[in-house]
Design a protein around this ligand. Structure first.
Ligand code: PHE
Length: 452
């Protein structure tokens, strides 16, 4: 019996070590995503491809790789307990609380987080006035499905359609795809939140002043670095102030008063004037979002003729890296429980700092025993404490994985899984076994349990 159990533990721990060891070695960090293998996209091109309820027909422009297609399956921002899901909810909660419709009955912003990720080139580029020769259109920058469609490269790809459908105030959340550089802060798939807010003259200037100030310029006004030719100076200035206020309040809600942020002039084809917001993080300014006064031509072509607006697009990974001190973008994709377990029980509003997990493999052992006839109420808490006091820093996680009461004897059994991992070296199963045995022995002595 004992020999069998030991054998099982050895096999268990060996299997874990091998699996984790290889993927960790490949990435050189604790992230579980391996670098995509070099492969020819043409060989992977399907005849027809179903994605998000759409069926598309790839042609010779297809440049998706199997690893990108695997990323499409992950839906990280919809996974409870993923830091991207937590930060998404935190931002949405902030907007819902701060901006309400007249009468305070309902939130102002509509949240759209299930838009299809394959979009037309019109939506991704043309509707947003992206010039024909803009770098973002190159096949080296964008994942093309065929001559008419691509993976969205930003959540701005949904602006035009949503405005056409009649939405005035909305947040769009989702995964976006770019054939970008790869480093600590760039990954072929990342997550954005788009915000758009449109205003009538009354909404922008207030009811009393709406008639006094106009939204639009006279025909002969010129485009200047400060404003578009179509907008009045007042409208452009007030929009810019409201946009900056909105983003400052958001950064305050996320990072607290101590955060340092700055607006930097920028260029986007779809906004003017345009800005980027940077947050000071670990000695450097990190760009976290782009924003600006929406080009009036986009509103007009979407059928909005009596309003003006602003838009922003923020990078959820960048914000989450700062908020939770996550050092590497690959960690968001990690399936290592050392990463996931740190966020599993967190609420969106919790402030939490990530504790770097070890790059060394986990070794896990199970601990099963019959409880004494009259167990204490805090049995689990006692067991956790005991394991921690004997295993010390080598114990990374402990969970009660099974609990049942025997029908005939009435005795209750507990099974705990203990994940051992050192921060500075690979543990051998033999040395872990010594600690594990010590835990079992102490449990028997102190709590009168019977090891199974
Ligand atoms: N779409 C831009 C990007 O991906 C961000 C942005 C959104 C800029 C909206 C301005 C307005 O970088």
């Amino acid at each position: 019996m004992l020999a069998q159990r030991l054998l099982r533990q050895v096999l268990l721990s060996r299997g874990t070590a091998v699996r984790l060891g290889s993927s960790l070695a490949a990435s050189g960090d604790a992230a579980a995503v391996e670098q995509p293998a070099k492969s020819s996209p043409s060989r992977t091109r399907p005849k027809s491809w179903k994605v998000d309820g759409l069926v598309v027909k790839p042609d010779e422009r297809w440049n998706l790789t199997p690893s990108v297609m695997a990323l499409l399956e992950r839906h990280l921002h919809a996974k409870p307990g993923n830091p991207l899901n937590l930060i998404k909810q935190r931002i949405v909660n902030h907007f819902h609380k701060t901006y309400r419709k007249a009468g305070n009955r309902s939130p102002l912003f509509t949240v759209c987080d299930r838009e299809p990720r394959v979009v037309s080139l019109f939506d991704n580029f043309d509707s947003l006035l992206t010039p024909e020769d803009h770098v973002s259109r190159r096949p080296s920058d964008t994942y093309y499905v065929n001559a008419d469609t691509c993976l969205r490269a930003h959540t701005s790809a949904h602006q035009h359609k949503l405005m056409r459908q009649g939405f005035d105030n909305f947040l769009v959340v989702g995964d976006v795809y770019r054939r970008d550089e790869i480093d600590r802060t760039h990954y072929p798939c990342f997550h954005q939140m788009e915000g758009v807010r449109l205003y009538s003259a009354d909404e922008l200037f207030g009811k009393a002043s709406g008639e006094q100030f106009g939204l639009f310029a006279s025909d002969d006004e010129k485009r200047t670095p400060q404003k578009q030719s179509e907008l009045s100076e007042d409208a452009s200035k007030v929009l810019e102030i409201k946009l900056k206020q909105t983003l400052e309040e958001l950064c305050l809600a996320l990072f607290g008063k101590g955060a340092q942020i700055r607006f930097v002039d920028a260029y986007f084809p779809f906004t003017h004037p345009s800005f980027e917001v940077e947050v000071f993080y670990e000695g450097k300014w990190l760009e976290v979002l782009g924003c600006g006064v929406m080009e009036q031509k986009i509103l007009t072509s979407a059928g909005v003729t009596d309003k003006v607006g602003w838009a922003f697009g923020l990078g959820l990974e960048r914000l989450a890296m700062v908020l939770y001190s996550i050092p590497d973008i690959r960690l968001f994709w990690s399936e290592d429980s050392g990463f996931l377990s740190q966020f599993a029980d967190k609420q969106p509003e919790d402030n939490y700092k990530y504790v770097p997990i070890s790059v060394h493999p986990q070794v896990y052992f199970d601990l099963s025993f019959w409880l004494p006839d009259r167990p204490s109420h805090e049995m689990s808490a006692d067991v956790f404490d005991l394991i921690r006091s004997i295993g010390g820093n080598l114990v990374e996680q402990v969970s009660l994985v099974d609990e049942f009461t025997h029908k005939k004897t009435g005795r209750t059994s507990h099974c705990y899984r203990i994940v051992y991992r050192s921060v500075d070296r690979a543990l051998t199963k033999e040395e872990v076994n010594v600690i594990h045995k010590q835990i079992e022995k102490t449990l028997v002595e102190q709590y009168d349990v019977q090891i199974r």
